[in-house]
Design a protein. Structure first.
Length: 228
């Protein structure tokens, strides 16, 4: 059994390392993706999520030096997962998450996918971190974000995952696309149908036959069930 003292020590060290990253440069505020849902379930009336920028900021890609710095946490990963189970409800509303860089987000997504399953509210610092991670150019971070989003039933991040898949499916690799689609199978609803259909029309040839079938199946299930 993991001792409470060991969990607390590991958690404090984790936060210390997370917050050692330099503060990101100020950016223009980005409007959140909000898709109204109506009784008619009118997919075609839904706005598509904004496209990814042509060149993502450096802060969206895990820095190798930061990853090496955070690698010292690997021996205490079990303690961090156990601490996360206790701290989750505090963590999800912690404003310091807005300061976490891509390398820290990668580690946090890795832990979240192993922590307690929960239904994450459709707002708040943890959701914003997952949305940023889902749109990262880095395929490993996107895959880990997909794992965490599915595990936490973070449905408000679905459009960010679809937008990332739409932007460049080949860059995710076969495993990355697998994990994104597996997540969408769990969390997707009517909000993402229009963009999923656009993905199939515009980038379907870049998907494997299996992945294209899975994407179509997600849309068909939502349409048949009227899932909102």
């Amino acid at each position: 059994m993991i001792q409470q003292e060991a969990m607390n020590s590991a958690w404090q060290r984790f936060w210390q390392l997370l917050l050692e990253a330099p503060l990101p440069p100020p950016q223009s505020p980005v409007a959140p993706i909000v898709v109204p849902l109506d009784d008619e379930f009118d997919f075609l009336a839904e706005p598509a999520p904004p496209p990814l920028p042509k060149r993502a900021p450096d802060s969206a890609v895990p820095d190798p030096q930061r990853l090496a710095q955070l690698a010292v946490l690997e021996p205490v990963e079990p303690e961090l997962v156990a601490a996360l189970t206790q701290q989750f409800h505090t963590l999800r509303d912690d404003p310091r998450l807005d300061r976490v860089d891509a390398a820290g987000a990668l580690w946090l997504c890795r832990l979240l996918a192993q922590g307690p399953a929960a239904s994450l509210p459709e707002h708040g610092p943890l959701l914003r971190l997952l949305q940023r991670a889902a749109r990262s150019p880095d395929p490993t971070l996107v895959a880990l974000a997909a794992d965490a989003i599915g595990h936490l039933d973070a449905r408000a991040a679905q459009l960010d995952l679809v937008a990332r898949l739409h932007a460049n499916p080949q860059s995710l690799g076969h495993d990355g696309v697998d994990r994104v689609l597996a997540c969408l199978k769990l969390v997707a609803d009517g909000r993402c149908v229009r963009e999923m259909e656009a993905l199939l029309v515009e980038r379907g040839a870049e998907l494997s036959d299996v992945h294209a079938w899975q994407a179509r199946h997600i849309v068909q299930v939502i349409r048949r069930s009227g899932r909102k």
